[in-house]
Design a protein around this ligand. Structure first.
Ligand SMILES: Cc1cc2nc3c(=O)[nH]c(=O)nc-3n(C[C@H](O)[C@H](O)[C@H](O)COP(=O)(O)OP(=O)(O)OC[C@H]3O[C@@H](n4cnc5c(N)ncnc54)[C@H](O)[C@@H]3O)c2cc1C
Length: 398
């Protein structure tokens, strides 16, 4: 029997990375193997989010690692992508944690916050001592944030926020929430017109803020998403993020998180391919390894093709990001492709594993279930198709 090569060595992908990037990847791979893989099946089964790992992720430098200063690592976009890939190869829930904390909550404060806000929140969040969440989606439909109905009214020197948010990652355990709301300010000082969308930094201990974990999830079971109720939440005047006016604010953060998903989903895909490949060599049916059948090899070849293409695309987008030229439409290409192909790879891997593939002896069904969430958040397939359709035709079909 021939020995199968490690799939990430076939294209010599490592040769395309710097030593520093390889170092980040090794660190994340080690963390995933030592700290997440041994417990993830149990946590997924028991719907348990192991929050004690958060300071360890902070100590490893993974939280807000692409940001500079304030205790953040200041790493490049490719290094961050590789960390997302390695964490999601273990479980999408842990890559999601890093995305919500670093790409969404911390990025919002970093990009749009005052110096005081950055000093107050970012070092603790980078260390994993404080947890942040990013509250944009509302119960009536996440695909159209322009229809937002959460309102921030100006009353004297205070803001008063009323509304509801849904599907907000980490909210029940977060120390701070970045809440997006439509401003009602009679003075017209904030935003274009009196109803611009603005971001607010809301300590979750503020009266009127209630987060309730959403139960019954068959996906992302080892992580936490919540409903948030905002009932007369009173905040000081300086709770507003001064640098963000309108929906370009939250979209600037979503693009950061979408970029991480381009890489992360390929981690889940690689994990599925690895176990399918291993099983195809060790499992014998009809007196020979199932991998000796041309039909199985065709599946493996197609899965391999998409993992390689998707990872190379992620690297290309990472280099564009580092050069400062990455566009939202390019991110949509990557997000749509990575998640769609990762799901297909998970489904094909499950067929190769046969009946055993539906059990938690293999990570494949867990990845497939998680990827259903990844397909939906940060812009559904359809939303990214609409973004690309608009970029191609110049016609807005939303
Ligand atoms: C696990 C998980 C974690 C999440 N974390 C966060 C978070 O931390 N913060 C946050 O703010 N949100 C978060 N979300 C919310 C997520 O971003 C939304 O679920 C997503 O935007 C889709 O919104 P929706 O679920 O309301 O679906 P809807 O908007 O109701 O869409 C339903 C379907 O209709 C389709 N559709 C809608 N409009 C069109 C159109 N014009 N043309 C064609 N098809 C269309 C959609 O593509 C989708 O298939 C999370 C969601 C999940 C599942």
């Amino acid at each position: 029997m021939t020995t199968a090569p490690r799939i990430d060595q076939v294209f010599d992908f490592d040769a395309l990375l710097t030593e520093e990037e390889r170092g980040w990847q090794q660190k994340a791979r080690g963390f995933a193997q030592e700290r997440i893989l041994p417990i993830i099946e149990e946590d997924f089964e028991n719907k348990h989010f192991r929050k004690e790992l958060i300071p360890e992720l902070g100590a490893a430098g993974f939280l807000g690692m692409h940001l500079k200063g304030y205790g953040c690592a200041g790493a490049g976009a490719v290094a961050y992508g590789l960390v997302c890939l390695e964490l999601e190869a273990a479980d999408s829930g842990w890559r999601t944690f890093v995305s919500v904390q670093g790409s969404l909550a911390m990025s919002a404060i970093y990009k749009y916050g005052s110096e005081e806000q950055k000093q107050q929140w970012l070092p603790g969040m980078a260390a994993g001592e404080l947890v942040g969440c990013f509250a944009l989606t509302e119960p009536q439909g996440g695909s159209d944030p322009a229809a937002m109905s959460t309102v921030a009214r100006r009353e004297g020197d205070e803001w008063v926020i009323d509304g509801a948010k849904r599907w907000i990652g980490l909210a029940a355990l977060a120390d701070v929430a970045v809440v997006w709301a439509r401003v009602e300010d009679p003075s017209g000082e904030y935003g274009e017109g009196a109803r611009a969308v603005r971001g607010f930094i809301v300590p979750t201990s503020t009266a009127g803020f209630t987060a309730t974990a959403i139960d019954g999830k068959l996906s992302m079971r080892a992580s936490v998403q919540c409903d948030i109720d905002l009932d007369g939440v009173r905040l000081p005047a300086d709770a507003i993020l001064p640098g963000a006016a309108g929906l370009s604010g939250p979209f600037g953060c979503l693009n950061e998180a979408r970029y991480g998903i381009v890489w992360g989903a390929m981690g889940a895909a690689r994990s599925c391919l690895e176990v399918a490949l291993d099983r195809s060599i060790t499992r014998e049916v009809f007196g020979k390894p199932i991998g000796a059948n041309q039909l199985t090899q065709a599946k493996l070849a197609d899965m391999f093709l998409e993992v390689e293409k998707g990872t190379l695309l992620a690297l290309h987008l990472g280099r564009l990001k580092e050069a400062g030229t990455l566009t939202p439409a390019q991110i949509s290409v990557g997000k749509l492709n990575s998640v769609r192909e990762a799901l297909e790879i998970a489904h094909q891997a499950r067929t190769i594993l046969g009946g055993d593939g539906i059990t938690n002896a293999f990570p494949v069904m867990r990845h497939a279930a998680n990827l259903e969430s990844v397909r939906t958040y940060e812009g559904t397939d359809e939303i990214h198709q609409l973004i690309l359709g608009r970029a191609l035709t110049g016609l807005n079909a939303f």
